[in-house]
Write a new protein. Sequence first.
Length: 721
Amino acid sequence: MLPLRLRSTVRALGLSTACYLALALIRSAFRLVTLPRPPAAAALVVAQASAVAIPWILLTPPLLQLIGRLPARAGRRGVAITLATHAGLALALSLVDGLWGWLAIGWLGANRSALSLPLWCLGRLDQSLFLYLSLAGGALVLRRRRELDALALRGARLEGRLLGARLHVLALQLQPHFLFNTLNAVSELVHRDAATAAGLIRRLRTLLDRSMADDTGQEIPLREEVDLLEAYAEIQRVRFAGALTVEVTIDPALLDLVVPRLVLQPLVENAIRHGTSQRAAAGRVAVRGRRQGALLVLEVENDGRGLIPGPVREGVGLGNTRARLHELYGADARLELGTAPRGPTLARIELPLRSGPIADGDDVESTDQEAANSDATAPPLRWLRLAGAVVAGWIAAALIGTHEDVVAGWLTGDPEPLLILLRPRLGEALLWIPLTGLALAFAARLARGGITGLQLAGAHLAGGLAVLAAHLLAVRLWVTPDMDGTYAAGTLLYDLCAYAALASAAHAWTLGRMVADRALDAARLERDLTGARLESLRWRLSPAFLGGALEAIAALAGTDPDRADELTGALGELLRLLLAGAGQEEVALEREVDFLRLQLQLLSLARGTAPVLHQDMDADCTCATVPAMLLQPLAEMPGVPAIELAARRSAGWLVLTLRWSGRVEPGRLDVLAAQLATRLRRAPGATVVARPGGRGTIELRLRWVGAEIPEAPEPALAGVA
């Protein structure tokens, strides 16, 4: 199989050959109509037309690549350089086309004595320029669309990467080794140092609350990033019982500068996990920040064993941080891992100095609204600009063609008045103005229709011939009544090149918008998916529930250490189940019931009272699958002594019946039914029926799915209370 670049080149050359040979054949057909003996001269006419097309067949693919790679220059000088570059390319290609054509027709037996080289080149100048403009226009439109699409996607990708980073850091903070050992430290401290235990719990809650905040700005002040890092470092210091020192040394003048959210914590977590924690003696992590010219330099150093020789394998945290830096600052920022001067591992981040964050979600929405308002008022202005450009372009084409005729008259010694030469050229150009609108609309409709390949080529061929016929007919009726086949053959290239230029521009523009819309939709879907996973983890953690449990532990540490210890152990077991199933959309009913039972146990320990769970499930129902965290709202039913849960299999359905001892308010029952329905939204055919009155009943019906779900590996527990 050919390499990808070679296959692309061969494909482009084949397409160029097919297009130009088809054009040569059509033009030959018009010329043959005027010959007295078409069959005898057909071979020569076709050979001449095909030979003249050879330079364009060979030069079109590299020409498109060259135009697409020309650098964009701003300012008047840049625009002048760009125009001069295109003019030079067009003139050079026109000279190549003219010289080759004059030589080729001579080689094929044509009499060149009646036609000098300057006249031949001059006669083909406007055709060559028109063809170059059609190719250059298509290449430039495609490049502009790619640039605009990249700019439009940048914001969506930033949001997606930010959410992904927050999700990863949250998972790091709540990984079993860290969270379980923190709870273990609390369990030990409540018996000997209640104040320290309470402080540790409150720092843990602060860290979790900040990690699960709703703010999604890409950048935050360095001061806030340091505060978050200090809360995390304090927990780690207690965890290592004095065997870990985390020093933060940052110039106070830099604290108001903005940095990417959660940029330091993954580096510190990485330093502790892979460096300091590997030491038998006390470890040290140093975080430094300083200004270096126009850069903000952040460094995280640990005194561990250092980097292993060879390529560095970056995990999700470092890779995600590097990608976010690239998206936010491009080549102006970088992340490096290396060896510090004293031997330990050093992570170094360089950022451009910024005193204000980029637009957050509210600003983005405001910008989107402004863009929408702009779009609502822009179309009339855009149409006027387009109409003006079309009229100006065709008048310019007429003037260029007339100028060629004037120069040709001087060369032959038989000049004609300018107005006589201008009239037919201007008439043909004015006829193209309405045809331009039809060609643009037709090409855009084909692009939106989604047809490709031979169907698209056939449709454009039919459209081009239709426009050609309409233009020739209009010229015959209103501009040149004595038009013959030779005149039509000369006009053919202009018409088809004009249609090709217009169709390619309209098609590229429409496809560019479609590609941009689809790419934005895909990026938004990816962002929404990442956000949904983050929201799912936040929802499963239930910040209010988790925060209440942590506050209860902190409060009980000084009054009832045994109960605080028991509550800490129950919370650790609950989080073990939660983290083991994080990311799973469905779980076994038995596991869901165990999670609900642990929630009720935690509530009982934290509040002193909670409903008692009674279950009556058929044996085969325990392995049936249900949406994860389906039963979580049941734990928040106030004033209910007991909950009864029954599970039965009915044909292809799993039927869950929920009852409460004591009287339940109908309004509360409806709220609970709505919460359950929300959790069943992605379960096709599932229903929730609430029956108020008396004890109150809710019945859930889900399609029976008994397949075993792969369980996530249980986290390794180190010193869990």
